[in-house]
Design a binder for this molecule. Structure first.
Ligand SMILES: Nc1ncnc2c1ncn2[C@@H]1O[C@H](COP(=O)(O)OP(=O)(O)OP(=O)(O)O)[C@@H](O)[C@H]1O
Ligand SMILES: [Mg+2]
Length: 151
């Protein structure tokens, strides 16, 4: 099912993260889709904060591809933007980390569409985007969660 959320401010994102984080379980993998600057990393930051981690440690892993955060459960944060295929991902050790640590962690993947075959079962697809408010013409952030469970 799909759920839509108007999330215009960081405060609204924090509120959403508080409600949503408890629905996640170890072994879950969440993909984050949206343009450059849509708010994917900021979303992970909010979730890591709610899971007891240090949100300030969360940065776009664009250059290192994969980050770990101490939280409960542990969080794996992957940014596939620079991956050029499955072999490249293998060189970066992505599959190894997912196989060994994924079952005990919650994994977030930015730019999953760069290597679509890599992710196995996806718990939730989160899409971040912008729409213009018809009345005020103000840009509004919209977050869509597609998941296989109801919450
Ligand atoms: N819900 C929000 N409300 C207000 N500002 C936000 C929100 N989400 C993100 N931002 C702001 O948007 C900017 C870009 O966010 P972020 O780095 O999370 O994007 P991204 O999707 O990870 O980009 P990239 O594709 O480059 O990794 C940041 O300055 C962030 O503070
Ligand atoms: Mg990012």
């Amino acid at each position: 099912m799909s759920q839509f959320h108007d999330i215009t401010t960081l405060e609204q994102l924090e509120e959403f993260a508080k409600v949503w984080a408890p629905t996640l379980q170890t072994g879950d993998l969440v993909t984050l889709s949206g343009e450059l600057g849509a708010g994917k990393t900021t979303f992970v930051k909010a979730l890591v904060g709610v899971l007891g981690g240090e949100p300030n440690d969360v940065q776009s892993p664009t250059f290192s591809i994969l980050h770990h955060y101490r939280a409960v459960p542990a969080v794996i944060h992957i940014d596939a933007y620079r991956l050029e295929g499955v072999e490249d991902a293998m060189r970066a050790g992505i599959q190894d980390v997912l196989a060994s640590e994924g079952p005990d962690s919650i994994t977030f993947v930015e730019w999953p569409e760069k290597v679509p075959s890599l992710w196995g079962p996806v718990t939730a697809h989160v899409t971040l985007g912008e729409v213009e408010d018809a009345e005020t013409q103000k840009k509004q952030r919209i977050l869509t969660v597609e998941s296989s469970f109801t919450s």
